[in-house]
Structure formats: C-alpha cells, structure tokens
Design a protein around this ligand. Structure first.
Ligand code: D41
Length: 679
C-alpha cells in the first residue's frame, strides 16, 4: 500500500521536474529570456538525474535527461508521413506574384469569399533556408521526427531532433491528442562560423554554408554529435491534427503553436493584397543580410483556412501558397584559372577566373580568393567546380570546391615567387597572410594603382583620369610618379588612342583644379600606409601644412590624437625615403600647393562631439558632400549605428541602419532636417 503511494508521489516529483526544466528550456532557447541562473538549472537537472538513477522505472522518453540518451544508429529508418509534406511554387519576380494574387482573388471571388473590391488577406513569412522537418506529438509528447524526403516518406531523425533544446519534449497548455508540426531546421550564421572554426581546429570537415552544416548535423547517425551542434527550428505549418482546429486563420494557428511551446518566427506579417505581399518582400529584403540566419525568400499563404481549402492543390504544391525568392546568393560554376592582382601596396591577391555565372542578381566572372592561406584552407584548385557567393554588394568570393566533382590531375595552388608585373621577388612575412611584391614603385602595377588611388574622389578627385588612361600613361613611360601627372599637356594627352582634344582639355583643367587640394586630400592621395581618410584629416588639422608634417619627429607625430606607433613609423619611413622626397619636390615645382588649413577648434560648433550615420541616397547631397558638411560643423561620421549615435540621416532606399536607429530610438533626420541643424 505504502509503496503505491510512494510510487505515485515519485512520479509526480519527476513530472514536476520535467515541467520545470521544460519551462526553463523554453524561456532560454525560445524566448531568449532565461529567468534562473545556469547553476539553478543544472541543479534541477541533477535532481532529476539522481531520482532516475535511484528509480530507473521513472525514465520516460520525454524526460529531459533523454535528449542525448540515444545510441548511434546503423541507419535511419523510414517514416511515412500521415499527411504528405507538400512543396511550394516559386516566383522570381513581381509579375509572377501579381499573377498569383490575381488567380487567388479571382477564384475566391467566384466562390463568394471576397467582396467585389475586396483584397485577399495573406500571411507573409520568411522562407528559412534550412531543412523541412515534420514533428509528431502524441498526448503532448514528442514521439517522432522525420525529414521531408520525397514528401510522402522521409527519414526517421527522432533521436537527433530530440537534442534540439529549443524544441519541447512535452507541449504546454491545451494540446490536441495528435499534433504534427512542420517547420524548418537551420543554423544561425554566427553558430555556423564558430562550428567551422572548431571543425578546422580539429582537422574535421568544413561546411560550405549554414544550410549544409544544418543538414550534415541532422544526418549524423550518432545523436551525441548532433547534440553538440547549435540547431534551431521554426514551425511554419502542420500535418495531422486530431479533433477540430480551434482557429480559422493560418496566422492564428501559428500563434497557437507558439503558445504550445513551439518556436514560431515572430517576424511574420498579415498583409492585404498584392501590394502588401510586395512590400513585405522589399522590407524583408532590406533587412535580410542583418538577420542572424539565412533566408532565401519569403512565403505567402492565403490566411483563411476555408479559402485555402477552396483553392486546393496542383500536383504536389498548394495553390494557396507561393515562395517569392531572392536572387540566389550562391551558385556553382567552374574555376577556369587563378591569376594574381598586384595592389597599390604590392599586396598579391589571387583572383578566380570563373565560367560566367548568374549569382546575387549579376553575372560574375571573377571572384576573390583572398590569399594563399585561404586557398589552401579551402583546397581550391583550377578545374574544380566551386561555390561562388555574392551577398549584398560585397565582392564575390569563392566559398569552396565541391570535392565530389573534382576532376583528376588537379594541382595544389602556389603563389608565384616573382611578381607577374615587374619580376621582383614576392615575399610573405611569417606572421602575415598576404604576400607582397617587393618592387615598390618600380612595379608598374603598384605605380598604376597608386595613381588611380591619388586620382580618386576621396583624394585629389581628378575627373577623367580613369584606370584605362593610367595604364596607358604608365605603360608608355609618360608618367612615372604622381608629380608627372601635373606636367601633362593637352598635346601629349590628345596623342593617346580614344582621347579627343576636348577630353584632353577637360583633363588638363581637372589637373589644374587639383593643384590646390585640401591638405588632407593630398595626404590621403600620397597613399602612405596606415594613413586613411580619417588619419589624413587628423594630421592636416594638427599640422596645418605639409612642411610642418614632414618636419615632425616621432614624438610630435604621437602627440596627434588617434595617431599610434604604426602610423607614426609609417610616416617617418615615407618621408625618409629619397624617392618620395623627390616626388614631393616635383609636386611643388609642378605648382601643387595645398590650401591653408584653418586649425579652428571644434568647440562651439553645432555638431561638436556628435557622431552621425548616413544611410540611403539623399535628394541633393552626395554622401561625400554630406560628410564634409558634418565634419565642418565639428561632427563625426560613422558607418554603424549604436546607442551613442546622435542622428541617423536617412535618404531613399535607407536599409538596415534605419531599422537599427528605430530599434535603438536614435533620432532620424532627412536631408532637410540635417540642413536645419547645420545652417
Ligand atoms: O520557411 C520555409 N522554408 C517554409 C517552407 C515556410 N515558411 N512555409 C512553408 N509552407 C509550406 C506549406 C504551405 C506547404 C505548408 C514551407 C513549405 N511548405 C515547404 N518547405 C519545404 C517544402 C515545402
């Protein structure tokens, strides 16, 4: 008699611990809002383990101690889905979305489910770039998890799915007897990068992207490995549900799944009509690169479940839903060759020559391979089929080879030992990843790049002096240094191919204008290592003239705010070099004379001590113009928004920085607002 009572109370004790641990897992992994310390959590877990050790009959499949309990499998079993897992139709442009909305609206109109002028209501969601999974809960307990497979039959990944801490082993609240939840398993970008680092340190497989890492982690036969992988899950639908569905809208069912303890994306929106869909697509696209995980599009679903039923299916895809894809950020193509580019400072960058491929909205033929170490790490070889990535506006890069497709006879890449441009030795300092040509300004590639840099908009801003002309001027030995540019005549320039007299005159006029630059621009134009725009500005403000700067010793240089030992020693080396002194003198002879600098203190200026961030396109001012006005008013311009940002100045097509400003409560100005503060 007493044993029975005892047993019931022990079971209650274990149950209470299940609920408590499940609740804290939910707070921690789903809501990101833990309410007890790790130590307190560990104590609950230890208590449960002790109890189960003393009374093994208390161990149930849905006990939190069993998340990683399972032994390695020999193979995955197969699971037939009680309700098939459908696929999604795709759209790649607005017209396809408009056609979808029209089809839906016409059908529902004919069925009397929308008024004559009515718009269809949709649920708009992210399209997570992961793996589709079906979870089966019976009496609230997770009993089975399966991959989508062909939609009818998938693989049994229950032991692996149990290790996902964000998934409840036991549902909360008022759950139905049978509930099949469908969703996507994925890995956050940051977790993917950390995993790859750890994999590399252990000499194990590197994953090419988060999706691949999530798939590889889920397809482990040993759940103990899966347990170490930071996988996440978001529910987006359902299969079998016993009894009557308590809601009539897709969005309400997803909210309900959230209340049962399942992770559901909060970034969903209920929208009306095609315009609502397209706005969601555009807004989400602007935030896309800032999200912690990868999405490859958005998904639209007719919100009314009754309307979904009327619309029905074609083949294996529902007529009530549509995936609207963003241009793929990754594609595969052939690596035809690896060439090296020599930069302004001699840095040797390997560049991949690719079979042209459409990725991220443009056709890509070249992609960076960063440096030799990266090529080795990724083991990329000429002839490989490679994955090319172009995310946002960043330079396309080669992510890695697809080893299964490697042809025979490929060879490891080695950086050339001599510069392909000038034949000088290529050196690689032990502690640096970058090889450099030692030719200095003897190397035509370095000379060309220095001149292109000096002519750039942030430097001397010499309009009409592009890369092509610089190539010709250097190749013909007409220009050997920055100073030589200022000796060019209309006659000489007009003698170059594709150079009319008018263009030559314009260029000579542009050069004339560039003879009196602001000091900071001239300093920046010289291309001294470690002297970027900001440092050039600080130096100009501090010293006021090029002569004063050239006369400064280390102590004087270090007394400038923001100038450290690296900048100081680079400046000293630059001005100690006879060739550079010659160029400085030649510049003077050619009439290059920087403007006098007003060394006014910034105190009392309108934006003194304030940092502003620019985003989007302003109606009248270019980014550089706006920056100059802000600096003139004593303010600073930064590239990223933080709580310390005084204002975000937003123009057309402002992106994530505007979103961030709104999140942080940073005041946002338009161009007019900025002018009002400045003037
Ligand atoms: O995020 C996703 N990848 C996602 C996939 C989503 N947000 N919603 C989806 N909805 C469906 C229906 C409409 C069929 C319930 C889906 C998928 N299906 C899906 N994923 C893989 C195949 C189909």
């Amino acid at each position: 008699m007493s044993t029975a009572v005892n047993k019931a109370s022990l079971e209650q004790q274990a149950q209470a611990l299940h609920v408590s641990i499940g609740h804290h897992d939910y707070l921690y992994y789903v809501l990101n809002d833990p309410q007890i310390s790790d130590a307190a959590y560990d104590k609950l877990m230890a208590e449960l383990l002790a109890l189960e050790q003393a009374y093994p009959e208390l161990v149930t499949a849905d006990s939190p101690t069993q998340r990683v309990g399972a032994k390695p499998l020999a193979a995955f079993g197969s699971v037939r889905h009680a309700v098939p897992m459908l696929s999604l139709g795709n759209a790649f442009d607005d017209t396809e979305v408009l056609a979808f909305d029209k089809r839906v609206t016409d059908t529902l109109h004919a069925a009397g489910m929308v008024g004559a002028a009515g718009q269809v209501q949709y649920q708009a969601e992210f399209k997570f770039d992961g793996l589709a999974i079906s979870l089966r809960y019976e009496n609230g307990s997770l009993v089975q998890a399966a991959t989508r497979g062909d939609g009818q039959t998938g693989e049994d990944v229950t032991s692996n799915i149990r290790t996902l801490r964000s998934l409840p082993l036991k549902l909360m609240g008022d759950y139905p007897d049978v509930l099949e939840v469908r969703g996507e398993v994925l890995m956050n970008r940051a977790d993917f990068l950390a995993l790859n680092q750890a994999q590399q340190a252990r000499g194990e497989k590197i994953f090419v992207n988060p999706r691949n890492a999530a798939a590889g982690s889920l397809r482990q036969l040993d759940p103990r490995i899966t347990a170490t992988r930071p996988l996440r899950f978001f529910a987006y639908g359902w299969g079998q549900i016993s009894g009557e569905l308590p809601y009539q809208q897709h969005s309400d069912v997803l909210d309900w799944l959230g209340r049962l303890g399942l992770p559901v994306s909060p970034l969903r929106r209920v929208v009306d009509g095609a315009q609502g869909l397209l706005s969601f697509y555009v807004d989400t696209g602007a935030e896309r690169t800032q999200l912690p995980f990868e999405i490859d599009g958005v998904v639209y679903k007719v919100n009314s479940l009754a309307a979904q039923e009327v619309l029905g299916f074609v083949a294996k895809a529902p007529r009530f839903a549509l995936a609207h894809k963003y241009p793929a950020q990754e594609e595969t193509t052939r690596l035809m060759g690896i060439e090296v580019q020599v930069g302004r400072t001699g840095a040797i960058t390997p560049v991949a020559r690719l079979q042209p491929v459409f990725v991220g909205g443009v056709t890509v033929t070249n992609a960076t391979l960063h440096n030799e170490d990266e090529i080795r790490r990724k083991d990329v070889r000429v002839g490989d089929t490679v994955i090319v990535r172009r995310a946002g506006d960043v330079i396309p890069e080669v992510v890695g080879p697809i080893l299964d497709l490697r042809p025979e006879g490929t060879e490891l890449y080695v950086t050339p030992t001599t510069c392909p441009e000038c034949g000088s030795a290529v050196e690689k300092p032990e502690d640096e990843a970058i090889s450099r040509c030692t030719g200095g300004l003897f190397c035509p590639a370095q000379r060309k790049q220095s001149l292109v840099h000096a002519a750039g908009r942030k430097a001397l801003d010499i309009e009409g002096l592009g890369e092509k002309l610089v190539d010709q001027l250097v190749d013909s030995d007409q220009v050997k240094s920055l100073a030589d540019l200022f000796t060019l005549s209309v006659e000489v320039l007009a003698s170059y191919p594709r150079m009319g007299r008018k263009s030559a005159e314009n260029l000579v006029a542009a050069l004339d204008k560039a003879r009196n630059p602001e000091l900071e621009r001239l300093l920046y134009a010289l291309g001294i290592r470690h002297v970027g725009e900001t440092t050039a500005r600080d130096l100009a403000k501090h010293f006021g003239s090029i002569e004063a700067l050239m006369a400064a010793d280390e102590e004087a240089l270090l007394s400038v705010n923001e100038v450290g030992p690296a900048v100081a020693s680079s400046l000293l080396r630059f001005f100690a070099e006879p060739h550079n002194l010659e160029v400085m003198q030649a510049l003077k002879r050619a009439g290059v004379q920087p403007q006098a600098v007003q060394q006014a203190s910034s105190d009392g200026l309108r934006l003194a001590g304030k940092t502003l961030v620019l985003t989007g396109t302003l109606p009248n001012w270019s980014r550089d113009e706006a920056t100059r006005h802000i600096l003139a008013a004593g303010g600073k311009v930064s590239g990223s928004v933080s709580k310390k940002t005084a204002y975000v100045v937003a123009g057309d097509e402002a992106g994530s920085k505007l979103v961030k400003a709104q999140q942080l409560g940073v005041p946002v100005l338009d161009e007019e607002g900025l002018k009002a503060i400045l003037l």
